[in-house]
Design a protein around this ligand. Structure first.
Ligand code: BTN
Length: 253
């Protein structure tokens, strides 16, 4: 099936059959001076990374694993913390065009029917409070069958194929996702907060209105997730007291 990809913006694309992790690859290239909007795609990863030191499972030919390097002009950590939600929204918008109904789980998972369909790993390199680059790593379970997943993931993970019953075109998805990402990032860049994306984001945030348990450094906070802040933090109500939690502090959720 021939497909000619068209991005609505200039992007340098790098492809490999196999790398350790596209995030690590992108970070190495960032240090060598790769420009903003460099895209690193690999068919397989030997050490795909998830958050909190976990690994990320993917299968060649069936998953989508890539990292985008951007160099936003940002001098504050607080702007950076809203980025995973911006990416979660972009992934959701792209999946909606595939006829699906994704939800965002704060701070950076995308779920369908309560199961994880995409993972997002945003890493930034700050020097003296100035952000030198950001790597946005996205892993999407596209055409995996239930039995393709390792047993321990079957209860919590799903794929586009599993929820829609049909195969999805990975290149088309990638292109659409990047177009959405570019639009969402455009909206975010102005003030490095979620203001322009807020209504669209809130609509899709499954976490709001739910009781959550969050480990922040050495204690566990339990409460009702009431709202998100423009900087991407989650406001929870814990026994009548409102607390603001940023994903930088999050240990488990
Ligand atoms: C998570 O849910 O914990 C985040 C998973 C992020 C996985 C993607 S796959 C592409 C990129 N390269 C990596 O090593 N990780 C991210």
């Amino acid at each position: 099936e021939a497909y000619f990809s068209r991005f609505s913006f200039p992007v340098s694309v790098f492809c490999e059959d196999q790398v350790d992790s596209t995030n690590e690859w992108a970070k190495r290239e960032a240090l060598q001076g790769a420009p903003s909007w460099s895209l690193f795609i690999a068919e397989s990863q030997t050490r795909g990374k998830g958050r909190k030191g976990r690994s990320w499972f993917s299968l060649p030919g069936k998953s989508l694993t890539f990292s985008l390097l951007i160099r936003p002009n940002l001098s504050l950590w607080s702007g950076f913390t809203s980025l995973p939600l911006v990416c979660g929204l972009a992934v959701s918008l792209a999946l909606e065009e595939e006829g699906l109904e994704p939800e965002i789980k704060w701070p950076n998972d995308v779920l369908i029917d309560g199961k994880k369909v995409a993972g997002i790993l945003v890493e930034g390199d700050f020097e003296a409070e100035v952000l030198r680059y950001v790597v946005i790593g996205i892993g999407l379970n596209v055409n995996l069958l239930r039995e393709d997943f390792p047993e321990d993931l079957r209860l919590t993970a799903t794929s586009l194929l599993e929820v829609s019953g049909k195969r999805h075109h990975r290149l088309f998805l990638l292109e659409n996702l990047l177009n959405k990402l570019s639009k969402c990032l455009e909206g975010w860049k102005g003030e490095a907060n979620l203001a322009s994306l807020y209504p669209e984001l809130k609509k899709r945030l499954a976490t709001l209105g739910k009781r959550v348990k969050i480990a922040v450094s050495d204690k566990v906070l339990e409460g009702l997730a009431e709202d998100i802040d423009l900087d991407g933090s989650l406001w929870i109500n814990s026994e009548g007291e409102r607390k603001k939690i940023s994903w930088g502090e999050l240990v488990t959720s």
